[in-house]
Design a protein around this ligand. Sequence first.
Ligand SMILES: Nc1nc2c(ncn2[C@@H]2O[C@H](COP(=O)(O)OP(=O)(O)OP(=O)(O)O)[C@@H](O)[C@H]2O)c(=O)[nH]1
Ligand SMILES: [Mg+2]
Length: 317
Amino acid sequence: MNSFDELIKRMSSGERRALGKIITLMENDSSSSAYIIPQIHNLTGNAHIVGITGPPGSGKSSLVDKLISCYRNDGLKVGVIAIDPTSPFTGGAILGDRIRMKRHYTDKDVFIRSMATRGNLGGLSEATGNTIQALDAFGKDVIIIETVGAGQVEIDIVKVADTVVVVSVPSMGDSVQTLKAGIMEIGDIFAVNKADIEGVEKCIIEIRMMLELSEKKGGWIQPIIKTFGNKDDGANDLYESIKNHHKYLIESGHHEQKRIIRGKTELINILQNLFIRNLYDTISEKEMEELAKKIANREKDPYMIIEELIPRLKKFI
Ligand SMILES: Nc1nc2c(ncn2[C@@H]2O[C@H](COP(=O)(O)OP(=O)(O)OP(=O)(O)O)[C@@H](O)[C@H]2O)c(=O)[nH]1
Ligand SMILES: [Mg+2]
């Protein structure tokens, strides 16, 4: 038995440290993922995956903290992935998650992981997908993914989550306008957080108006819910809505459709990464720079260069 098999065995028997190690291995090296994922894939597909997205500081981590408590009161096991879209070195949002969810770190049925997005194309990375798989295989009933609203990442969440919660806050002033059209469309549930501050009703009306203009989501009417990330029971209504949405997905058959979309996303993410890694294994950054210069000074066009490059790539299989 090699060390991977040993770790997988330990993870399957419920050892949290093994789970943490497996996630780190897959984060750092995709050849580990190519070994690990096939061994755990048939253990996955059971967790409800919930995305929580919204502007920086809107109270996402505070709400996740409250939601964890709701799930735990119902005896459910929770995994959390908090994604920091900024540089892996700033640690700003990651520190916030640590503080906000502190009380759950010692609960053995809660596993919280912070990670930076390192996706080549700015979206959610291959590592995020693999972490979801690992948590799912570990037996989590729900996996909550917190992403700061930052362009591509917030939109991508819809490709991995069953249920997407979009968080906004009243103090955003002409707020909802700043929630771009794209983000309105991905929300299954809208949480108006910091409902203790002025302007909450106006914010709800604005969201409702925007929703009327956007595309409907089958038979699901997106609820708009007031939340209080600073109160103990401030996310109870949100919790009920998330559970209702899950039930709706299963009963309507949309759940199956989402799984197919997710399968496609996984495949494309892995293929893209495989291709780009292959490319950089073949040519150096310096050569890439030189080729780019040739395109810039019109010595060659990109298609010409690609034709020359493709035969130089390693065989994939
Ligand atoms: N007044 C008020 N403050 C809140 C509420 N919910 C959260 N906060 C505060 O808002 C601040 C930001 O909360 P976080 O939960 O860290 O927000 P976040 O969206 O996770 O922030 P980032 O991950 O950094 O984008 C904290 O100081 C919270 O205490 C609320 O309902 N009312
Ligand atoms: Mg946060």
